[in-house]
Design a binder for this molecule. Structure first.
Ligand code: HMG
Length: 390
């Protein structure tokens, strides 16, 4: 039985800052951010968006009534969770009006959470082929103003329906995964900003990629020319390129050119959003499929990396007519409708956070065009609105 991605949708907040302007404000040459890091625009989450609303807005764009009835597993992959106990999945389940007879849980392992979710969903569908699973990667990447990680922030979510006979991509079963306890990036529970050893994290990302790729080749006998494209977890768009370059020598010239051209297409969305942690690899897949006509039946390599660290290499096969099941025009509209804010406005939005002393707050959701918003905190409980349900 084929199991894989049946639908895939994306959401990012309506405001962004221009990276060249951010560079100038930080006394850095714009090319460092636009070429050296490879980012053009950075999505910013207003106070009315958190990991729950980003996830729910992404899922809202793809699910229909049949999905609402058939989804009986909701996995919320995130490292920006809003509660140490209750999972974001339960809020999303309610906001989307899903079948009550469902399991809903949150998974955490840095940027790897959604990949873990997809692999678990595959097992669930293998046992329950007539059901569907909703897997979401949702995050707000925060390093802090004037930090070296600042240029790699971002916000957004990717939602996927995993099912039997998937219409977008069948997930193959030759996965290779690797865990090693390292401190390259982490966020202690008292901090709303990540701590990072930037250079070490870059080295470890590449090392993990090299190790899982070597093991994948040994396990499957497949080589680079069997991959039409490879999508990477993209903390910033130059990162995947650095990893890809370490193996390109293995392939003949035409394959190298193809992989590099497809890599470029797989970074377009990420370049304009920034790091969305758990969703980044899947945003890169969307970018590839929606900005380039990749042949049906092609094998796509996927490299997932979550600091701390867990890495995985796996592959998928594009299904017949898969482009008909993408939301290309919806995503075009989403990008086109975003508004630029100045660096000063971005800094103000960044510093405007929810109270952390337990006090209440009432939020104005009228300026946020998202359907689902955080409307406030009352008695230590977050309250959400779905503007489509008046
Ligand atoms: P930095 O010190 O600001 O930058 O840190 P740099 O000095 O390393 O320069 C960056 C690049 O810009 C270099 O290119 C420079 O040469 C180039 P490279 O040599 O690396 O190819 N450059 C220029 N290029 C053109 N014109 C110029 C110019 N000037 C310089 N004028 C760093 C960069 C990424 C380390 C930092 O932003 C950071 O710490 N980011 C956060 C950590 C991160 O993203 N790590 C990636 C791997 S770990 C990961 O992916 C997991 C993660 O997503 C978290 C999770 O799993 O949850 C982060």
């Amino acid at each position: 039985m084929k199991i894989g991605i049946d639908k895939i949708g994306f959401y990012t907040p309506h405001i962004f800052v221009d990276m060249a302007k951010l560079a100038l404000a930080r006394n850095v040459e714009p090319e460092k951010f636009t070429i050296g890091i490879g980012q053009s625009k950075m999505a910013i989450a207003p106070i009315t968006q958190d990991s729950v609303t980003l996830a729910a807005n992404a899922a809202l764009s793809i699910i229909d009534d049949e999905d609402r009835e058939k989804i009986d597993l909701v996995i919320f992959g995130s490292e920006s969770g809003i509660d140490h106990s209750k999972s974001g999945a339960v809020y999303v389940h309610q906001l989307l009006g899903l079948n009550p007879n469902a399991r809903a849980v949150e998974l955490k392992q840095a940027c790897y959470g959604a990949t873990a979710g997809i692999q678990m969903a595959k097992g669930h569908i293998a046992l329950n082929p007539d059901r569907k699973a909703l897997v979401i990667g949702t995050d707000i990447a925060r390093y802090g103003l004037n930090t070296s990680g600042e240029s790699t922030q971002g916000a957004g979510a990717v939602a996927m329906v995993i099912s039997a006979n998937p219409r977008v991509m069948e997930l193959e079963n030759h996965n290779v995964y690797l865990t090693n306890d390292i401190m390259d990036f982490w966020r202690p529970i008292y901090s709303d900003k990540a701590f990072v050893d930037g250079k070490f994290s870059n080295e470890q990302y590449i090392l993990f990629f090299n190790k899982v790729w070597e093991a994948y080749k040994e396990k499957t006998g497949l080589v680079l020319s069997d991959m039409e494209a490879i999508c990477f977890h993209l903390p910033y768009t130059k990162m995947g390129l650095k990893a890809l370059r370490t193996v390109l020598e293995e392939a003949p010239e035409d394959v190298r050119e193809r992989l590099l051209a497809h890599y470029e297409a797989s970074t377009t969305y990420n370049r304009n959003v920034g790091n969305i942690y758990t969703g980044s690899l899947y945003l890169s897949l969307l970018s590839l499929l929606e900005t380039k006509e990749i042949k049906e039946g092609s094998r796509i390599g996927m490299f997932s990396y979550g600091s701390g660290a867990v890495g995985e290499f796996f592959t998928g096969i594009l299904q017949p007519n898969y482009r008909e099941y993408l939301n290309i025009s919806g995503h075009k509209r989403l990008f086109a409708s975003r508004q630029e804010v100045s660096v000063e406005e971005y800094e103000e939005i960044f510093e405007k956070t929810l109270p952390n002393d337990g006090s209440d707050i009432d939020l104005d959701v009228s300026k946020d065009p998202a359907a689902i918003c955080l409307s406030g905190v009352l008695d230590h409980k977050r309250h959400y609105v779905n503007k489509l349900h008046k």
